[in-house]
Design a protein around this ligand. Structure first.
Ligand SMILES: [Cu+2]
Length: 323
């Protein structure tokens, strides 16, 4: 044991450069691991970590100080965005803008401390960086983190295959009880998982039945089964602001949103269909989220639609209405 300690200490004096990745995706981009891979790293004061952005979905690498509130990812912390590299000691927030595949960001950690790593785009995407004093031994080397990242990537991307198929109800319960002839499309499925370092999500950014055929007069209902990722159902012109529904959308008695599309020239936008954040002790309870959107089609036709947030990842669908 003595001999080991003698061997390790001289190496630890030199600042090391570590690396990690941001996000992972399937070949068709439909499965997105909203994750830092790995999501927990132990380093020495003075070391740096370079994060490599790996996917088409946007992410940020963000360390907030103890007083800044979590900002919108378009806005960033009060001192603005960093690009390329930055230094974080816990006192001043550091964040990239929203970045995609190909970008890198290097953070140097001059002081010891335990720091939370977050993505400003995805609420359940967190990690931890433990910056130890030089006198402390490090538990793992870069090879370990590379292997761990590969395992986590594999586990996340394969997580949801069966659930996507299994969570496939054929009918809308509400519609059945209201004598509406409705057909259901699952608009996204997701799953949160965690390690001791933080949490991550697998999001399947797909409409489960991307092509659905109905009769004129029937209704299609979209349900978002993802605990965190919002989606939209957007026919026609994409709005500049994807958050609110278009003005031709109304609210049903059960809180679901509803619109009618009579012509392929109609533009209808659901706004964000998403679960609300989960509860935290001592805070006012989060209201119910709007997780359902219905469209009634009185006339025959072909009606393509997209998710305005994820069409770049291939999240598109079609409603075919027969007379
Ligand atoms: Cu989407």
């Amino acid at each position: 044991m003595l001999l080991l300690a003698v061997l390790i200490v001289p190496q630890a004096v030199r600042a090391l450069e570590w690396s990690a990745t941001v996000g992972a995706q399937s070949g068709d981009k439909g499965h997105q691991a909203l994750a830092f891979l790995p999501n927990e790293i132990w380093i020495h004061a003075g070391d740096s970590i370079t994060w490599r952005f790996n996917v088409d979905e946007i992410h940020t690498v963000t360390f907030l100080n103890a007083t800044d509130t979590r900002p919108d990812f378009n806005v960033g912390p009060p001192n603005g965005f960093s690009s390329g590299s930055a230094s974080f000691d816990g006192s001043t927030s550091v964040s990239t803008a929203a970045l995609v595949k190909g970008a890198t960001f290097k953070v140097t950690f001059p002081k010891s401390g335990n720091f939370k790593l977050v993505c400003l785009v995805h609420e359940r995407m967190t990690g931890a960086v433990h910056v130890l004093d030089l006198s402390q031994p490090l538990p793992h080397n870069q090879d370990f983190y590379d292997r761990q990242a590969a395992d986590q990537r594999q586990n996340l991307l394969s997580d949801c295959d069966e659930r996507f198929a299994a969570s496939h109800p054929q009918h809308s319960d509400y519609a059945a009880h209201h004598s509406i002839d409705a057909h259901l499309v699952i608009a996204g499925v997701g799953e949160i998982s965690a390690t001791a370092g933080g949490s991550q999500t697998l999001s399947v950014v797909r409409f489960e039945e991307d092509e659905i055929a109905i009769r004129a007069g029937q209704t299609v209902e979209w349900n978002n089964h993802d605990p965190v990722t919002p989606h939209t159902i957007t026919f026609g012109t994409e709005p500049v602001n994807p958050v609110p529904p278009s003005s031709n959308v109304t609210t049903d008695a059960d809180g679901a949103l509803h619109a009618t599309i009579s012509s392929s020239a109609d533009s209808v936008h659901s706004g964000l269909i998403v679960a609300r954040p989960q509860e935290r002790l001592g805070l006012v309870e989060s209201p119910l989220g709007v997780t359902r959107f219905r469209v009634t089609f009185p006339k025959a036709g072909v009606f393509p639609y997209i998710c305005a947030l994820h069409d770049n990842l291939g999240m598109k669908g079609m409603v075919i209405v027969y007379p």
